[in-house]
Design a protein around this ligand. Sequence first.
Ligand code: URA
Length: 233
Amino acid sequence: MERLDKFLCDSGVGSRSQVKALLKSGAVTVDGVAERDGSRKIDPAGCAVCLHGNPVGAVGTVVLMLHKPAGFVTATKDREEKTVMELLPAPYKNMDLKPVGRLDKETEGLLLFTNDGELLHRLISPKKQVQKVYYARHEGHAGPEDIQAFAQGLVLRDGTKCLPAVLQSLGPGESLITVCEGKYHQVRRMMAARGMPVAYLRRQQEDFLELADLPVGQVRELTEAQIQRLMGN
Ligand code: URA
C-alpha cells in the first residue's frame, strides 16, 4: 500500500504541487470514483487509478534522446561526478530509465535512455552492430592512408583490433567517424592511433536517429514509430 499522491508523482504525472492541484480539481479517480485526498493509501496493483480518465502507472516502453553536455558521466549513480540522470526532467526521473551504452564524461551528443531491458540489450549488443556517427575536432588532417586504415579495421596501440570504420575528412582538424561497435574510448583511441588526438567529440547519430536541432542538455521522447523501428519491427 502506498500514498496516492506519492504513487502519482512516482508515475511521472507531475511534481508534488502539480499532483496536489490535479487531486484538488477532481481529475484523479480511484476505481472510477473521484479522489481528492492524496494521503489515501492505495494498492497500485489492485486498483485502477486514472487521470482525466486515462490509466496511470502503466508506463509502456519509453525511449528518450538526450543531447548530452560535456562534464557528466554516463552512469546511474556516482559518488563524485555529476551523472547524466541529473539531466532528465521530472516526469522521466521515476521511470526506471537507463542509459543505452555510454559516452565519455567529456563527449557531447546523442545518448539514448530506455526503460525496456530487451531494447537496451538489443541496441548495445555487438551482434546488432548499430552504426554511430561522431563529429571530431582533432590535431592533424585525416588523409587517404588514415581513411584506408579505418576501412581495413584499425589496430589500436594496445593491440585491440577494431571493426572496419568510416573516416571522412571535413578539412584540417575536423572529421566524421562512423563506427559500429562501442569499445572503451573507441573513437579517441582510433584517432590517437593515427596521430590525430581528439580535442572535441560529439555523437551526431545512432542508427537512424539524429540529434538534428535538439539543444544541448535537452531531451526528446521518441515516437512509437521510431521505437518500433529501433526494435527492428
Ligand atoms: N568514442 C570515444 O572515444 N568516446 C565516446 O564517448 C564515444 C565513442
